[in-house]
Write a protein that binds this ligand. Structure first.
Ligand SMILES: *Cc1c(COP(=O)(O)O)cnc(C)c1O
Length: 369
């Protein structure tokens, strides 16, 4: 047991016994996909849980990003952050849109709204920010800029399941928000995702787009794609939805223990809760100041690995460093100093709801020397 590997995450799984009757029912119905019974049930349940007016389920969290861009007819250039998972920028690339990277805020790790305006050109049509680690972006300031310049806002909210400010979901900000229900996320449907929108017409258009553009038996209204979630994963999602509140509370308790233990460690910083925000504790990033800590981020990362504690350098490298994007003018490191500093100092500690007290101690011992 001593040497059991502690992974950075572990999926929230419903009990198999609870799942089997759902499978039996799906087998009886013989309706496996295309807006089936459980698909409809999960959309209803998620609208209620997330406090959003309209949701459209997808087979992963990348296709809703791509469909949001199609639904809003985004073209030209889109302002986004290099400090995210590659899918954010890839969705732009797949739509033939030029990503324009803007630096991040050192406290929230989200796009710095004060740096957006100077990146706007006549070709800019939208802003695609990310609520990194589920920490809300400065949505008010971003909306102000979008309104001033007539831009759309699409939030990649893959990390922000269930995050609220003063009881209001942050998923209702901007024109549309997307979620990922990948196995590694706070709430998962194995693979899965969703697109949240604010009116019925947008929901209708998204539902067409994720089903090849079919608006009727013989009518195709757009060059859609296949992004549909199937019945098995929708049923699984209904079961996991019942567990997610407890999972988030357990994660919160892990975060509290981490913070208590690391509060006085020289050269290690971490994120605090924000007032009025219901966080989901999706990740626990620490930021290593090599000089003060006496060890570089990578030295700590590999030391943890040697002791079978797997952290993750998330997000490193920056998206702007990958071959597809590094030739862009906005990918120049001189344009993104904060993002580079954060990417070079971050390690996400293991965070999931099954972490035992012993495992937490072992993880902390690595960081505490
Ligand atoms: C996980 C993730 C995605 C992609 O989701 P998939 O479900 O894996 O396709 C997109 N953006 C961010 C920020 C993510 O973390």
């Amino acid at each position: 047991m001593e040497n059991k590997v502690i992974t950075v995450t572990s999926p929230l799984l419903p009990s198999l016994d609870d799942f089997i009757p759902y499978l039996q029912d799906i087998w009886n119905r013989k309706w496996l996909t295309n807006n089936g019974h459980y698909h409809q049930e999960l959309e209803k349940a998620l609208c209620e849980y997330l406090k959003v007016p309209y949701i459209s389920l997808f087979t992963n969290g990348t296709l809703p990003l791509m469909c949001a861009l199609q639904a809003l007819r985004i073209t030209g250039e889109v302002i986004t952050t290099p400090y995210s998972f590659v899918a954010t920028t890839h969705s732009l690339w797949w739509n033939g849109i030029k990503p324009v990277f803007v630096d991040i805020d050192p406290v929230t790790c989200n796009i710095d709204p004060e740096k957006i305006e100077s990146a706007i050109t006549p070709k800019t049509t939208a802003i695609m920010p990310v609520h990194v680690y589920g920490k809300p972006c400065d949505t008010e300031r971003i909306q102000e800029i979008a309104d001033k310049y007539g831009l759309k806002v699409i939030y990649d909210a893959a990390h922000a399941f269930g995050v609220e400010i003063n009881g209001r979901s942050i998923l209702n900000e901007g024109d549309m928000s997307t979620l990922s229900f990948h196995a590694t996320k706070v709430y998962n449907t194995i693979e899965g995702g969703a697109l949240i929108c604010q009116d019925e017409k947008a929901k209708q258009r998204i539902d067409y787009l994720k089903n090849f553009g079919f608006a009727g038996e013989t009518t195709i209204v757009a060059p859609g794609i296949n992004g549909k979630m199937d019945e098995v994963r929708a049923a699984y999602g209904l079961l996991n939805l019942k567990l997610v509140d407890v999972a988030i509370e357990t994660r919160r308790q892990v975060a509290v223990k981490y913070r208590e233990a690391l509060a006085n460690v020289d050269g290690i910083k971490f994120m605090e809760d924000m007032p009025g925000v219901r966080h989901n504790y999706s990740y626990f990033p620490i930021f290593v100041d090599a000089e003060k800590y006496g060890m570089t981020r990578d030295e700590l990362y590999f030391k943890m690995k040697e002791r079978n504690v797997l952290g993750r350098r998330y997000f490193y490298p920056l998206i702007s460093e990958f071959s597809t994007y590094r030739g862009l003018e906005s990918a120049n490191p001189a344009n993104l100093p904060v993002a580079h500093e954060v990417a070079d100092s971050v390690i996400c500690l293991p965070m999931y709801c099954g972490l035992s007290r012993k495992e937490i101690t072992k993880i902390l011992q690595c960081v505490l020397k």
